[in-house]
Design a binder for this molecule. Structure first.
Ligand code: ATP
Length: 211
């Protein structure tokens, strides 16, 4: 058994997130990939949709067919900024020390990882799985680049044999969709069909989000 987590603001969730989540679940051969909306992002403005609205859209987006994907409210149950390190510590307590735990992020996230709370300790609790994203490069020099190099593991099979400590890059399907583009379209009165599942489109319309 192993567990993967994929965090984000999910404001709103879109087909880029869902496609990558399914591919990650298959690649990592996990029983469940937990998609975790942050309550209060530590490094960006307060999202226009509330944590509950973003969680609701995430559940609607995942739907019932994607059995391996789960919407996890773990960060909504905590006060204050949502630090990933706190989430990892909590999940580690739940699953014990032997179960492999994968933290999945896009390359855009990796490039700013050194601004995260206790970032150097992240791999004490998990492996880091990084999917490339157009327009973002692996940091080439500095403390973050050194940290990445020390943990790099090209062989996913080898990485799966341990529960924490390594970093792996993968090339998965990155659809050119972002939550920002969806919010901008809604506020401009444009349609967002097929950028996010129909149930999410309906929810945005019914609750007049992003207008
Ligand atoms: P925003 O436009 O508001 O910044 P976003 O679309 O980048 O949002 P986030 O919720 O910030 O979405 O991202 C959560 C995670 O999903 C990050 O690890 C990010 O790299 C990844 N991600 C975002 N968009 C895509 C996409 N189109 N394909 C694959 N992964 C994505």
């Amino acid at each position: 058994m192993s567990v993967a987590i994929f965090g984000g603001t999910f404001n709103p969730v879109h087909n880029g997130h869902l496609r990558i989540a399914i591919e990650l679940a298959e690649l990592l051969e996990v029983d469940s990939l937990r998609m975790i909306p942050c309550a209060l992002p530590a490094h960006r403005d307060v999202p226009s949709a509330s944590p509950q609205q973003r969680l609701e859209m995430l559940k609607l987006g995942i739907g019932e067919q994607a059995q391996r994907l789960l919407a996890d409210d773990i960060e909504l149950c905590r006060e204050g900024p949502s630090y990933t390190i706190d989430t990892l510590r909590e999940i580690r307590q739940q699953i014990g020390s032997q179960t492999p735990l994968f933290l999945c992020v896009g390359m855009d996230v990796l490039t700013t990882l050194d601004s995260w709370q206790d970032w150097q300790q992240l791999t004490d609790y998990c492996h880091l799985i990084v999917s490339s994203r157009p327009g973002y490069q692996i940091p080439k020099s500095g403390p973050l680049a050194d940290w990445i190099r020390q943990r790099l593991c090209d062989d996913l099979h080898e990485l799966k044999q341990s529960s924490t400590g390594r970093l792996h890059f993968c090339n998965l399907t990155m659809l050119a969709i972002s939550s920002t583009a969806i919010r901008n379209k809604v506020s401009a009165g444009e349609k967002i069909d097929y950028l996010t599942p129909a149930a999410v489109v309906n929810c945005i319309q019914q609750q007049h989000l992003y207008e």
